[in-house]
Write a protein that binds this ligand. Sequence first.
Ligand SMILES: Nc1ncnc2c1ncn2[C@@H]1O[C@H](COP(=O)(O)OP(=O)(O)OP(=O)(O)O)[C@@H](O)[C@H]1O
Ligand SMILES: [Mg+2]
Length: 376
Amino acid sequence: MRVGERYAALVASGQLRPDPEQAAAAARLDRLQAELDHPAPAIGLIGRMLARKPAPAPRGVYLWGSVGRGKSMLMDLFHDNLTITAKRRVHFHEFMLDVHARLHEARKTQSGDPIAPVAAALAATARVLAFDEMVVNNSADAMIMSRLFTALIERHGVVIVTTSNRAPSQLYLNGLNREHFLPFIALIEDRLDVLGLNGPTDYRMDRMQGLDTWHTPIGDAATAAVREAFFRLTDFPPEDSANVPSATLDVGGGRTLFVPKSLKGVAVFSFKRLCVEPRGAPDYLAIARKYHTVFVVAIPRLGPDRRNETMRFITLIDALYERKVKLIVTAAAEPAALYDTSHGGDDEGRFAFDRTVSRLMEMQSRDYLALGHGQV
Ligand SMILES: Nc1ncnc2c1ncn2[C@@H]1O[C@H](COP(=O)(O)OP(=O)(O)OP(=O)(O)O)[C@@H](O)[C@H]1O
Ligand SMILES: [Mg+2]
């Protein structure tokens, strides 16, 4: 189906509220989909002989705006409905990690500029690259982006579709050596259509409205509440709950993490999987980068008798908090009562946990819930 049609159907059925800026973006993406899925017919032998070079690749799209405006939703509709298979949708941060790893490999095996072969390899598998959450906050990325993207777009005709919380001219603002980054901004403004999604409604906040995030005690009522929250946030039909997709997350160092439920930037884990099994900071950072909302079910009482689990939980909350990830849980107790010292004192652990309690309280606040994913 075409993305424009699909968007209109979601509005007509009441799953999405009408929004003029979204409709304009959907129309633009629809045009791009048509250009990609049904390229202009061949112009015949004479035409081909007369044409100096092949038709230019379609223009990409840069969607930007503040949180919860539907940027990721629209990009996913576009990507999911594209019939071409040479497409890749990836979180921008993950993409850049992949690029750095490829550059590192390329430098080992060849002497020249590694950007060109890496761009060629990326272009060989994807005519369309769809990035979620383009943000630039380190000079290592900033230094290579303009050369990499110039090669992708101008040499290989790769079409870029991306979302960001910032307009192109505001990327990497005040960053170190920003002058090396300016050609990237110029390239984006020249080769992509830049569309703002800055309507008055934060739809994610709307969906969180009235949702409690901390459910206690563990039991049927708490489980029912988080189930409802999950379906409300993802728009997945509850009667189809057996078919919620899972995912395998690459956490670096050749390791992966299984995500039992993974949909539209929302993940569900058990406490056991995250904090009883031997997991650590790289796992939690990978989760925090990829998901804007994380459910953790069945958090038991913590304390000195569960030292390892407690330390992992603290690390997990730090990672989620740092990236402004929304947290929804079922737990044995409210945050302030979660750390149980009745089995003997451990001031060190209690002290470390106090900061976590404070963060957990803040993470339930309206202000925290209104922040964008990854916003600093
Ligand atoms: N028109 C709409 N009506 C109802 N819900 C919507 C509408 N547009 C988006 N949503 C929902 O609002 C939530 C937030 O949308 P989305 O994740 O696409 O926002 P975003 O712009 O990518 O935000 P962020 O910058 O934080 O990543 C999603 O659950 C999405 O399905
Ligand atoms: Mg988004």
